[in-house]
Design a protein around this ligand. Sequence first.
Ligand SMILES: C[S@@+](CC[C@H](N)C(=O)[O-])C[C@H]1O[C@@H](n2cnc3c(N)ncnc32)[C@H](O)[C@@H]1O
Length: 218
Amino acid sequence: MRIPTGLRDRLMEANGRLYTLSVDPGHRVYGEKLIMRGGGEWREWSVTRSNPAAYLAVGGSAFPIKRDSRLLYLGAASGTTASHFSDIVDQGTVHCLEFSARSFRDLVRICGRRGNMIPLMGDATRPESFAFAVGDVDIVYQDVAQKGQATILADNMDAFNAGRGMLAVKARSEDVTASPHDVFVEAHRTLVSRGLRVVECRTLDPHEKDHAMIVVER
Ligand SMILES: C[S@@+](CC[C@H](N)C(=O)[O-])C[C@H]1O[C@@H](n2cnc3c(N)ncnc32)[C@H](O)[C@@H]1O
């Protein structure tokens, strides 16, 4: 597992597991293990429940998030992965977009405990409808698991002037009949056609079947 340079104060590997330094000590978000190290409390970042953790576990080396990043998270669900991003960007912000009312209730509760996580209810396919609440960001992270995943990422990067993006592609959400490889190639092609450079594309097996992480920049 490769810990990105500049993040060793926020992200660590111990005994083959990944941890983030909690900005909300004493509280779990999804039942994760907590350990004490160096005077701080660290939360285990599950590689089977979180795509970016799986990406790091399979050797992903283009992790674009920094401590002071302003992040827009599309498809935050109840905040599992977003809470780890919140630990990492202790000097930045995570705007968390979700359109399911049920997930949003949990998300609001978690955001309320963390000063750098902002909940937004809205539809990722319509960035103009929530732009008033976000402003420019550095990175868009996209995990909405619906058709047109690459286009949604590119539209939001354009709308919020983001220089970098991470796309967690779920092949089955794009087309249940297509081979995952073909879906990843098509997503890659769409991103390039939108003027983005693909920095890295990795499948997340064995942690997440039929998923890939694509990291892009302008
Ligand atoms: C795979 S789950 C995300 C899991 C989450 N990223 C995590 O790792 O903790 C996909 C989420 O995207 C949300 N979603 C799907 N389409 C969306 C859209 N157009 N706008 C906003 N959220 C959407 C779903 O409600 C669901 O909660």
